[in-house]
Ligand binder design. Sequence first.
Ligand SMILES: [Fe+2]
Ligand SMILES: [Fe+2]
Length: 324
Amino acid sequence: MPSLTLAHISDLHIGPLPRAGLRALAGKRVTGFLSWRLKRSKIHRIEVLDVLAKDLAAQQPDHIAVTGDLVNIALPEEFTQAHDFLKRIGPAERVTVVPGNHDAYVALPWLKAAGRWDEYMTGRHADGGDRPPRDMRDFPFVRRIGGMALIGVSTALPTRPFSAAGELGADQLQRLDAMLEQLGEAGAFRIVLIHHPPFGGGAYKRKSLRDAGPLAEIIAKRGCELMLHGHTHMSQLGRMKGPSTSVPIIGVPSASAVVSDHRDPSRYHIYRLSRGERADGAWTLTVSMRELKPDGSGFAPIGEIVLLGETNPPLTSPTSSAAA
Ligand SMILES: [Fe+2]
Ligand SMILES: [Fe+2]
């Protein structure tokens, strides 16, 4: 199998906010609007996304994963702005998106909200259909890119003001369980794309994944090879118990964040996956991290780590690209 590269970006929080009337700002949007005006508009900058889009194009990844929070307060025009940005970074066959909590900031009809980007979320569903999700709960979907299987889940749901929690729900968890089992048996390199970190509770309970416990049970039983998330706006590296080895879990900061004292500046990661470089046939996976330069003029590499390749057990029967 030739090597494949997957870029991961998250939490675009595309601005500036479109004009909105008082009626549109009723309810939860008021708090989000004030937060944007007072704080977030200074952190999340469209200029940073412009520079990132350029750098990303120069890196020529085979595929790009976007793990949610493309918008801020879910005004209908924001979804159009986000759609335009997605089209700039690549066609739907080369870019896979899952929604985040800001993409479900308030309840809206699906096709007026994140469903606007449904070609970027089109894949194989647990019922065997190749189609876009019908709503915010109609996940996971799977996309096969060579030996990789990208499994997109949705933790997005409207919540009360000041909550940024996420939830998969029992039905989605059940479908995820079945998909992971099937793809594992097929020898795919399973990458779960999820907005919220798959860890719950702690100091950030109001921002965390409510059903992290049941998810951890599924991963412990079925395993996956990698989980990629956003939401925290920080670089994070964790591990979760799998059936035989632990699963690496990697979070990336906000793609639009300026260099400031607010968490991490904009970064994105490029995963390079290959197989056949070692005699035992194990996967090799490296991650290169690129960060916004302090003067904002471009991105520069800040490091590379080998995630798999030293001790990971070989997987049998590599698969090549299938449908979806
Ligand atoms: Fe975010
Ligand atoms: Fe988020």
